[in-house]
Design a protein around this ligand. Structure first.
Ligand code: DQA
Length: 161
């Protein structure tokens, strides 16, 4: 190999793998850790493992982050902009109905996102019917349980292709 050919190869690193960030708000760390049932419990680590495996098939990295603290979720959203995260999937949990600050962070970074809820928030108490995120989301999935995260991921993978 000539010197010029070798240096040309060195100058062409592989393209960075696309990244999806999955954010979970307060108390979602408790998912599946309650009363045992006959069904295998749905846990956050189980959801993450399924999403990671699906994304890997498309060469996409999935990172998950759960926090009970609004500021930590905001910091994670801001960091995502520097990490060139291409898509966010977020279940803001109770912050859905309260957090203008987390909404503002998502709008500020401009990373497209899908809002996911395990339950159908419109079939629950009236105070859950308003979301500070839905009008800025690419889409909202509510009531499909853990399938909602996988549906959101399929959408994200198609967008990142
Ligand atoms: C939730 C719905 C919210 O109203 C609630 O506060 C949650 C979970 C859901 O995934 O169904 O914490 O976001």
């Amino acid at each position: 190999m000539t010197r010029s050919k070798r240096s040309k190869t060195a100058e062409t690193p592989p393209p960075p793998q696309p990244r999806v960030l999955v954010l979970h708000g307060p108390s979602l760390n408790l998912l599946g850790l309650g009363t045992p049932t006959d069904m295998p419990p749905v846990t956050l680590s189980g959801i993450h493992a399924a999403m990671e495996a699906r994304a890997k098939a498309d060469g996409v990295i999935v990172e998950s982050f759960q926090s009970n603290h609004e500021g930590q979720l905001i910091d994670r959203v801001q960091a995502a902009a520097l990490e060139e995260v291409g898509f966010i999937i977020i279940n803001p949990a109770a912050y859905t109905h309260t957090s203008i600050a987390l909404r503002d962070a998502l709008v500020a970074v401009g990373i497209p996102f899908v809002e996911v809820h395990l339950d159908n928030i419109h079939a629950r108490e009236p105070f859950r019917h308003n979301s500070y995120f839905s009008d800025r989301a690419a889409g909202v999935i509510s009531g499909l349980g853990a399938h909602g995260y996988m549906a959101a991921l399929e959408f994200a993978l198609a967008r990142l292709r």
